[in-house]
Structures are given as structure tokens and as C-alpha cells.
Write a protein that binds this ligand. Structure first.
Ligand code: G3I
Length: 334
């Protein structure tokens, strides 16, 4: 009898342990299967973000998707020079402030885009021909904008698109032409002196293919900066891809840059026709490189895209998830 009772107790205990084990496994699995892009990316310590236009925040569909899916925001245009300093010494942070306030209210972090770029640059800057004047203007712009957002920006695109396509050299710009090669280093040193809490990134496009001369040019710059202690924390790979998607060696590129001692970030992802395979391959390239800290798509709905005709994003014009959305969630580990 005792034995049966004993047996009954053992059976009950075993059943209890088994149930506890099943519940534990289920809980573990359920915690690793998030149902949104940002939450799933966070499972691996990464972020999933999007570019945001301030004037669209009042669009309920737009902001609903933004706040459900994304935990990082890059202002699409509101932090660029033509908006923030339209005339010398006259700053306008209002449009970007509305995005930063939204992010803070919704638990989203911010990427700052961008401090020094030859495009969307007011003519009062691009017409400067005196080196001392331009150096002072550039450093003041960096100082004023970074000071305004001090402590609120996870990473700044300090310099954007300074290298020439198809080359390992800098592109022509007022900064390059008037200040020479050293303007990039100068910008990063100034940035570090203003907000040490922000990661400082160099951001560019067509540097995803390891074999490209432009990629090698940026790589050698980062290697040189790290060897001389020039402050740089990250490289942004814009990742604007055609229908072919990412180059097959994209993961190699990310890995080789990370090996220099910087974070790598996919900063402006959009892919013509948004095939699931191409988005999966892009996300997996990042997931397979530990210092790939996050992915930002360059817009929410196809209609929000600068290249809307290519239907390159994860949500259709009505805000419905496209097939690529599920592919991305899965590639993130969902
Ligand atoms: O603000 C003016 C508005 O006053 C005017 O009425 C309107 C019509 O002319 O133009 C508005 O400016 C537009 C601006 O976006 C803000 O909407 C410009 O014309 C337009 O050219 C500009 O396009 C932006 C583009 O950068 C400029 O190069 C895109 O929205 C933006 O998605 C795109 O983003 C860049 C990244 O910053 C850097 N990497 C490449 C990426 C794609 O070009």
C-alpha cells in the first residue's frame, strides 16, 4: 500500500515536475518570439528603427505602426543643415524637436542624421571659399546642433556620403574642396567634444560590397582613425538596394569593419520590390555579426519612401504588412 501510495506520490511529483518543465520551456519560447520588429530585435540586444517625417506623425496609421513596430527613429530630413541652420547662426530645431519628443514619449531611441553632408546644404555654406571661415562654420554647426540634443541621441551620422562612387577617394564637396581630406577627422573630433554620450558614425551608401573601391576607401579611413585615436564609434551602411538585394559578401563587409573595433549599423534600408529573400539575407547578415547593433528601414509605408515607385519597404500604402515583414521578423529570430 505504502508502496502504491509511495508510487502515487512519485507519479504526482513527476507529473508536477514535467508540467513545470513544460511551462518553463513555453515561457522561454514565448519570451523569445516577439510579435513586432523592435521587440524581436531587442531579443538579441539590437534595435529596429525607421526614418520618420515630422509632418506625418499626426497620421494615425503612420504613427500607429511607428509606435507598435519601431524602437529607434531617424529624422528623415528634420536634422539636416538646410532645416536646422537655414542662415548663418539662425537655428531651427522645431521640426526635429517634435520627432525627439515623440520618441521620448514612446520609448524610442534616436539616431541623429546628419551633421556634415554636401546635400541639403544651404547656399550660404556651399558658397564659402575661405578655409578658416568654413572650419568655424562647420564646427559651430556641429556644436550647436549636438548641444541642443545632448544626451538624447544614441548615434549621430557625423559625416554623410563623403566618398566618391566607384573610387576610394573623397567626393568633391565644399568641405573637401575648401578644407581638404582632414575635414572628416575635424568633424568627428568636434563632435566628441560636444556629446560624449553619443556614438559617432560615418554613414554612406554603396559601401556594402567588400570588393568595391568605395568600401575599401571607407575601410581604410576607419582603420586609420582607429590607429590614431580619432574618435569614431560606428559605420552606417545605408543599404539602399535594387531588386538584386544585398551583395553576397555583405556579411563579410560588416564583419571586417566590426573587426576594426567599431559598431556597424544598417541605417537606411530599402530594397526595390521588397522580396522576402532579399530582406531576409540583409537581416541575417546583421544578425550574424555581433557588433551589428541595429537596422533602420528608410520609411514605414511604400508611399512614404523617397523611392516609392520601387515599393521598397515593409508596409504597403495602406499600412498593411507585406510578405517581407514576416521574413524580417523571422530573420530577427521571431
Ligand atoms: O521642404 C521642402 C518643401 O518646402 C517644398 O515645398 C518641397 C517641394 O519642393 O520640397 C521639400 O524638400 C524636400 C525634402 O526631401 C523634405 O521633404 C526636397 O525637395 C527633397 O529632395 C528631399 O528629399 C529627401 C532626400 O534625402 C534629399 O536628398 C528625402 O525625403 C530623404 O528620404 C532622402 O534621404 C537621404 C538620406 O538623408 C541620405 N541617404 C540617401 C537618402 C535618400 O536620398
Amino acid at each position: 500500500m505504502n508502496i502504491r501510495i509511495g508510487t502515487r506520490r512519485r507519479v504526482t511529483l513527476a507529473a508536477g515536475l514535467f508540467t513545470a518543465a513544460v511551462l518553463t520551456v513555453a515561457a522561454t519560447q514565448s519570451s523569445s518570439a516577439a510579435s513586432t520588429l523592435g521587440a524581436q530585435a531587442a531579443q538579441s540586444g539590437r534595435y529596429f528603427g525607421t526614418a520618420v517625417a515630422n509632418y506625418k506623425l499626426s497620421d494615425g496609421t503612420y504613427s500607429g505602426i511607428l509606435d507598435r513596430e519601431f524602437n529607434m527613429i531617424t529624422p528623415e530630413n528634420e536634422m539636416k543643415w538646410d532645416t536646422t541652420e537655414p542662415s548663418r547662426g539662425s537655428f531651427n530645431f522645431g521640426p526635429a524637436d517634435s520627432i525627439v519628443s515623440h520618441a521620448q514619449a514612446h520609448g524610442q531611441r534616436m539616431r541623429g542624421h546628419t551633421l556634415v553632408w554636401h546635400s541639403q546644404l544651404p547656399s550660404w555654406v556651399s558658397s564659402i571659399s575661405d578655409a578658416n571661415t568654413l572650419r568655424s562654420v562647420m564646427n559651430n554647426h556641429i556644436t550647436q546642433e549636438m548641444s541642443h540634443y545632448k544626451g538624447k541621441i544614441y548615434a549621430w551620422d557625423v559625416v554623410n556620403e563623403a566618398f566618391a562612387d566607384g573610387s576610394s577617394n573623397h567626393r568633391s564637396s565644399v568641405f573637401q574642396n575648401v578644407l581638404g581630406n582632414g575635414f572628416i577627422e575635424e568633424a568627428f573630433k568636434t563632435a566628441r567634444s560636444v556629446d560624449s554620450s553619443a556614438k559617432l558614425c560615418y554613414n554612406d551608401y554603396n559601401i556594402e560590397d567588400w570588393n568595391a573601391a568605395k568600401t575599401q576607401g571607407v575601410y581604410n579611413m576607419v582603420k586609420d582613425f582607429k590607429s590614431r585615436g580619432v574618435p569614431i564609434d560606428c559605420v552606417g551602411f545605408q543599404s539602399h538596394f535594387g531588386t538584386g538585394g544585398p551583395p553576397s559578401n555583405f556579411q563579410t563587409t560588416l564583419s571586417n569593419f566590426a573587426a576594426l573595433g567599431v559598431d556597424v549599423q544598417i541605417t537606411e534600408l530599402d530594397i526595390a520590390q521588397a522580396s522576402s529573400t532579399n530582406y531576409s539575407n540583409t537581416v541575417r547578415a546583421c544578425m550574424n555579426v555581433s557588433r551589428c547593433t541595429g537596422i533602420t528601414v528608410w520609411g514605414i509605408r511604400d508611399s512614404d519612401s523617397w523611392r516609392s515607385g520601387d515599393s521598397p519597404l515593409l508596409f504597403d500604402n495602406n499600412g498593411n504588412k507585406k510578405a517581407a515583414y514576416s521574413a524580417v521578423l523571422s530573420a530577427l529570430g521571431g
